[in-house]
Structures are given as structure tokens and as C-alpha cells.
Design a protein around this ligand. Structure first.
Ligand code: PCA
Length: 296
């Protein structure tokens, strides 16, 4: 099972528990070997590795698939869902739509777990969108790349295991990510300010190849589904607990954690509103229905 993030990340810990649960439920008959941090397949290749049955199961960042269909990207649209309660509602609306899309590729979602709300990491205090102008900005998907570009920054895609090196070589000088990734990348080594703008709550998803799943004994299938349900619930709890705990770790390591100014938030929300207009133009009716269901 290839996964993109390191063993220090709660998503990976949760997946290791998931694998253990299945092994226990099958009396050791069914084992999943987790290959974390992009060590077996690079993040960008994990979905296709599962699709082509090079591996039966894998994890990836769901909104990376937004180039295939806008429905995959809703959780990374700025200021659509910014709390866990909203993220939960959004997932309920998104899940049936992406389940159908994935099924067309022979894939079946098992569970999805959010990262804590995404905040801003910079070397200096940021009080307005103008303060972001010209900054070399780390991005992890198309939506963040667009958000940074609309703010006047210069985005570059960098995988999370490569964050420390990207900062130390000067490739990037600011980023938006969770407090979890801020801690696992030891962000205090290269930036000094964390501004919790809580801009969106993106998810990782675990998918299985449907043909591989269908080939399992019914008892193993049941063990996998039960472990997946438990992993989704446990993952959301872990994520909620991480938000405050990892923000505190940032502060303990000397990061200046500052409340975003109204001017900054107004400016960022205006960019988010523009992005939502553009998203609507590229979205299918099914994708648009996610947002209308969510707003009900
Ligand atoms: N961490 C991952 C994705 C979102 C997050 O909080 C990253 O920075 O790549």
C-alpha cells in the first residue's frame, strides 16, 4: 500500500492501525504492507498504480484529481468549508459523486480523512494580501497554485517530504498547509510566523482496486470494510485533536502564531469568491450539485 506522507504524520499512523485491524480480524491471514512517504510510488503516480493493479490499495490527496473532474476539488476551494462540521457536511455531499467517478476507473473509496484547517506560514507578519505579493510560494495542488497566483505570489509545486529542502535552498519562502505539516516539516527552521487563516479542510482518501477487492474472500472483504469505517472515524478524531495540539507545538518551537487581520481575511475571501465563480464554470452538473447539497 503506497502512501505519500511520512510516518510522523497522523494519516500514516491511522493507516498503519487500519492495516493492523484487518490483520487482527483475519487472524493474521491478511496483511497489508504500508510504504509511506512516496517510497514505493511517487504521490502523483499512486492513483494510477492502484487503477492498473500494480498495487491493490493506496492513499493520496483527493483534490489532486481536480484536473480530472472539479468534483474531486471541492474540499480545497478556499473558504467553502473551513471547519470540521462544514467539512463533514461537504464530504457527505461529495462522497456519492466521487464514488461514481472512481467506479468508472475500477476504483472504490474506502475512507477519507481531513487535514486540519490550512494556515499561512511566512517569514514576516502578513497583514494584507499585498504582503504576499512576489513571495515564492509552495503549492501542493492546482487550487492552491491558483490561490497563490491570484494573491500575487509565485507558486511552485513541492511534495510535503521535500518542504524543508525547498525552503533551505530558497526555492520557496512561504506556504499554506496544516499545523500538522508545519510540525512534521519543522517549519520553525525556515519561517517565523504562522497565521491560522483556516482557509479550507482538504482530505486524503484511501482507495482500493475494485477487481482486487472483489477477488477477496467475503470474510476478508468484511474485515476491510469494518476497518475502513473505523479508520474514517478515528482519522477525523485524530485530525480534530491535531489542530490545537500542533498549533501549540509550533508556538513552543518559537513560531509567532498571530490572529489574521480583517484586512487579510477580506482580501483572501475575495480571491476565494473569484475561484468559486471559475470552479462553477468548469464543474459538471453533478459537481455543482455537491455545493447545492452542501448549502442546503
Ligand atoms: N498537508 C499536506 C496536504 C495538506 C496538509 O495539511 C501537504 O502540505 O502537502
Amino acid at each position: 500500500m503506497p502512501t505519500p506522507y511520512s510516518d510522523k504524520v497522523f494519516h500514516t499512523a491511522n493507516i498503519i492501525e487500519f492495516a493492523k485491524d484487518i490483520e487482527a480480524a483475519t487472524d493474521g491471514a491478511f496483511k497489508i504492507t504500508v510504504h509511506s512517504a512516496g517510497s514505493l510510488y511517487k504521490h502523483a503516480d499512486i492513483k494510477n498504480a492502484v487503477r492498473s493493479q500494480q498495487v491493490p490499495i493506496g492513499e493520496f490527496f483527493l483534490s489532486r484529481l481536480s484536473n480530472e473532474d472539479a468534483a474531486y476539488g471541492v474540499d480545497s476551494q478556499p473558504f467553502v468549508a473551513t471547519s470540521y462540521a462544514d467539512a463533514d457536511k461537504l464530504w457527505a455531499a461529495q462522497k456519492p459523486v466521487i464514488t461514481e467517478l472512481l467506479a468508472k476507473q475500477g476504483l472504490m473509496p474506502l475512507f477519507a480523512v481531513p487535514w486540519p484547517p490550512q494556515g499561512l506560514y511566512t517569514k514576516a507578519e502578513v497583514n494584507s494580501v499585498d504582503d504576499l505579493r512576489g513571495l515564492k510560494f509552495r503549492a501542493y495542488n492546482a487550487a492552491l497554485e491558483k490561490f497563490a497566483a491570484l494573491a500575487g505570489a509565485a507558486p511552485t509545486q513541492v511534495e510535503s517530504p521535500d518542504i524543508p529542502q525547498a525552503f533551505s535552498t530558497g526555492q520557496v519562502e512561504a506556504m499554506i498547509t496544516s499545523p500538522s505539516t508545519g510540525v512534521s516539516s519543522k517549519s520553525w527552521d525556515f519561517v517565523s510566523t504562522y497565521t491560522p487563516i483556516n482557509a479550507w479542510v482538504p482530505k486524503n482518501i484511501v482507495v482500493v482496486n475494485k477487481a482486487a477487492f472483489d477477488g477477496l474472500d467475503a470474510s476478508v472483504q468484511a474485515a476491510v470494510l469494518a476497518a475502513a469505517e473505523a479508520a474514517e472515524a478515528r482519522g477525523w478524531d485524530l485530525s480534530r485533536a491535531e489542530t490545537d495540539a500542533k498549533t501549540a507545538t509550533l508556538a513552543e518551537n518559537g513560531m509567532n502564531v498571530i490572529t489574521p487581520s480583517a484586512e487579510l481575511m477580506d482580501g483572501l475571501k475575495a480571491i476565494g469568491a473569484q475561484m468559486q465563480v471559475d470552479w462553477n464554470e468548469s464543474a459538471s452538473d453533478e459537481a455543482k450539485a455537491i455545493i447545492s447539497d452542501y448549502n442546503k
